[in-house]
Design a protein around this ligand. Structure first.
Ligand code: HEM
Length: 511
C-alpha cells in the first residue's frame, strides 16, 4: 500500500472512530437518561437541577416513556396500578410521557395530600381543551380569581340545594321518559339498548338545567347534532394528543385532532349561540340567563360563556349515563341484589306511586348500590382530569417540581385489599355496615375527587343517578339476553365505560 493510501486509510478510520465515539456517547446519554427512575422527562429535569429527590418509577420506552399506556382505549388505571406494585411505589410513582413529568398515587393518604394541596390546584391544559376553549371553562381554568368566580356563580345558581330541588320534577319527568323508551324498545325489538336511552335522558337533564330546553331526539335535527357534538368532544378530550408531550411541528400532528377540534368548535358555537338567543325574552330563568345577567358586572365574554356552558353539558352528560349503565349491568349479574333493592322500593313507596327525590333518604340500599358501583367502576378512575403542580412542593418525603402533572389512581385505591376487604366482590351491604361518605372527605372512595377542584356537580349527579335507578328498578325486572350475557370489560375514554354496550331485557313489574 502506498504511503498516500495509508494516509487516507488512517484518516478515514479516525473519522469513522470519531463518529463512532459520538454515536456511542449519544447512545449512552439517551439510554442513561432513559434508565433514570421515571424516565426521560424526569432525567432531563434532574440534569439541570439538584433539588429533585428520586421518586421510584418505570423508565418506560425510550423517548416516549409510558405514552403507549395512554393511547386510545388503553386501560391506563390498571397499567399504572400494576407498575406501582412492581416498583413498590404505591404512595408516589414517577413516570414520563415524552417530555412531560408525571407522578401518580394509589394510596389514600398521599392522594388526600395531593388533592387538598393548594400546590396542585391547577390542571394541565391539553391542546384539545385549549382549542375547545376549555381553558376558559371551570374544569381547566387556572386556579385564581376567574376560576373562583365561576365556582361561586355555579355553586349558587346551578348546583345549589334550591336549584337541585327546583329541578327535581324535571329529573322525574326524564326518568319517566327513559322508562317509556325502554318499554317501547322492548315491545318493538324484544331488547333494550340501555346506553343510548340513558345518554339521551342525561343530555336532556343537563340541557334543561343549563338552557331550560328540551330536545326531541329523532332521526335528524338539532338534538341529534347536539348529541354528536357531545360525543365528539368527549372523544377528543379523552384522546392522547402527542403534541401535548412532544415538541412536534404541525405536520407531524397526524391524529387529525386539531382539525376535528376546530370543526367541532365551529359547529358547537353555532348551536350554543342559537341556544343563547333562543333564551332571550324567555320567562324561565336558567343558568344561561344568570350568566347573561352577570355579564355586565363580571365581564364574562360571549366566548367564555359558551365555554362554561359547553363544559357543563360535557361533564354532566356522560358521567351520569355511564354510571347508570354499569349499575344496571351489575343488577342483571346479581339478581338477588336487584330483588332486594326492588323490595326496598316497594316497601318505602308502594307499587302505584312514582319515586321522588324526597323518597331517596328512605332507600339506603339503593344508595349503597350506587356507592358500590362507584367503587368497582369509578367513571373517573384517574379522577378524569389531572392536577398540575403550580410551584415546587413536597408530597410525603418526595420533592415534586413545578409543572409536574399529578394523578390520583382512585381505581387502585378502591381495588386495594388493604383498604377494602374482598375488593373484587360486588357487595353493597358493606355500605350499610359502615357509612362511608363519597363526597370527598374519605379518600377510600372519592369518585368525585376532593379538595378545591372537587366535582361541583356531585350532588346533581348523585341525585339523578339514585332517582333514575330507583325508578327503573321499580318499573322493570332487568335480565340478560340469553345469547349475549353481560360483559364487564372496560374501555377508558374520558370516563371508564363498558366496552360492550349493555343490551338486555326489561320486563314490567308494575303498570
Ligand atoms: C356521576 C357523576 C359524576 C362524576 C363521577 C364526576 C366526577 C368528577 C371528577 C372525578 C372530577 C375531578 C375532581 C378533582 O380533580 O378532584 C370532576 C370535576 C368536575 N365535574 Fe364532575 N362528575 C360527575 C358529574 C358532574 C356533573 C353532573 C357536572 C355538571 C353538570 C359536573 C361538572 C364538573 C366540573 C365543572 C368539574 C371541574 C371542577 C373544577 O376543576 O373546578 N360533574 N367530576
Amino acid at each position: 500500500m502506498s504511503s498516500e493510501c495509508n494516509f487516507l486509510f488512517v484518516q478515514s478510520t479516525s473519522v469513522l472512530s470519531f463518529e463512532l465515539c459520538v454515536c456511542l456517547l449519544l447512545f449512552i446519554a439517551v439510554f442513561g437518561l432513559w434508565l433514570t427512575p421515571g424516565g426521560l422527562a424526569w432525567a432531563l429535569y434532574r440534569a439541570h437541577s439538584r433539588a429533585a429527590a428520586s421518586i421510584p418509577g418505570p423508565s418506560g420506552l425510550p423517548i416516549v416513556g409510558l405514552a403507549l399506556s395512554f393511547t386510545h382505549h388503553s386501560l391506563t388505571h390498571r397499567t399504572l396500578a400494576r407498575l406501582s406494585k412492581a416498583f413498590k411505589s404505591k404512595p408516589l410513582m414517577a413516570f414520563s410521557v415524552g417530555f412531560t413529568r408525571f407522578v401518580v398515587s394509589g394510596d389514600r393518604d398521599t392522594a388526600r395530600e395531593i388533592l387538598s394541596s393548594s400546590a396542585f390546584a391547577d390542571r394541565p391544559v391539553k391542546e384539545t381543551a385549549r382549542m375547545l376553549m376549555f381553558d376558559r371553562a371551570m374544569g381547566f381554568a387556572p386556579y385564581g380569581d376567574y376560576w373562583r368566580s365561576l365556582r361561586r356563580i355555579s355553586a349558587v345558581h346551578l348546583f345549589g340545594p334550591r336549584q337541585l330541588a327546583r329541578h327535581g320534577e324535571v329529573r322525574r319527568g326524564i326518568a319517566r321518559r327513559v322508562a317509556a323508551g325502554a318499554a317501547a324498545e322492548m315491545g318493538r325489538e324484544g331488547v333494550v339498548r340501555v346506553r343510548s336511552l340513558l345518554h339521551l335522558g342525561s343530555l336532556n337533564n343537563v340541557m334543561m338545567s343549563v338552557f331550560g330546553k328540551w330536545y326531541e331526539f329523532g332521526e335528524s335535527g338539532e338534538g341529534l347534532e347536539l348529541e354528536f357534538l357531545v360525543k365528539e368532544g368527549y372523544e377528543l378530550l379523552g384522546m392522547l394528543n402527542w403534541s401535548d408531550h412532544f415538541p412536534l411541528p404541525g405536520p407531524f400532528v397526524w391524529q387529525g385532532i386539531r382539525k376535528r377540534s376546530m370543526r367541532l368548535v365551529e359547529k358547537e358555537h353555532r348551536v350554543k349561540r342559537a341556544n343563547m338567543i333562543h333564551q332571550e325574552g324567555d320567562e324561565s330563568h336558567d343558568f344561561v340567563d344568570v350568566l347573561l345577567d352577570l355579564e355586565k358586572e363580571s365581564k364574562l365574554s360571549d366566548l367564555e360563556m359558551i365555554a362554561v356552558l359547553w363544559e357543563m353539558i360535557f361533564r354532566g352528560t356522560d358521567t351520569v349515563a355511564i354510571l347508570l349503565e354499569w349499575i344496571l349491568a351489575r343488577m342483571i349479574l346479581h339478581p338477588e341484589i336487584q330483588a332486594k333493592a326492588q323490595n326496598e322500593i316497594d316497601n318505602a313507596i308502594g307499587l302505584n306511586k312514582m319515586v321522588a327525590d324526597s323518597d331517596l333518604p328512605n332507600l339506603p340500599y339503593i344508595q349503597a348500590i350506587v356507592k358500590e358501583t362507584l367503587r368497582l367502576h369509578p367513571p373517573g378512575p384517574l379522577l378524569s382530569w389531572a392536577r398540575l403542580a403550580i410551584h415546587d412542593t413536597h408530597v410525603g418525603p418526595h420533592f415534586v417540581p413545578a409543572g409536574t402533572t399529578a394523578m390520583v389512581n382512585m381505581w387502585a385505591i378502591t381495588h386495594d385489599e388493604g383498604v377494602w376487604p374482598e375488593p373484587e366482590r360486588f357487595r353493597p351491604e358493606r355500605f350499610l355496615e359502615e357509612d362511608v361518605s363519597i363526597m370527598g372527605s374519605d379518600l377510600r372512595l372519592a369518585p368525585f375527587g376532593s379538595g378545591r377542584r372537587v366535582c361541583p356537580g356531585k350532588s346533581m349527579g348523585l341525585a339523578t343517578v339514585q332517582l333514575w335507578l330507583a325508578h327503573l328498578l321499580h318499573k322493570f325486572k332487568w335480565t340478560a339476553c340469553a345469547d349475549r350475557g353481560v360483559d364487564l370489560s372496560e374501555c377508558l375514554k374520558l370516563s371508564l365505560e363498558m366496552k360492550q354496550p349493555l343490551v338486555c331485557k326489561a320486563f314490567p313489574r308494575i303498570s
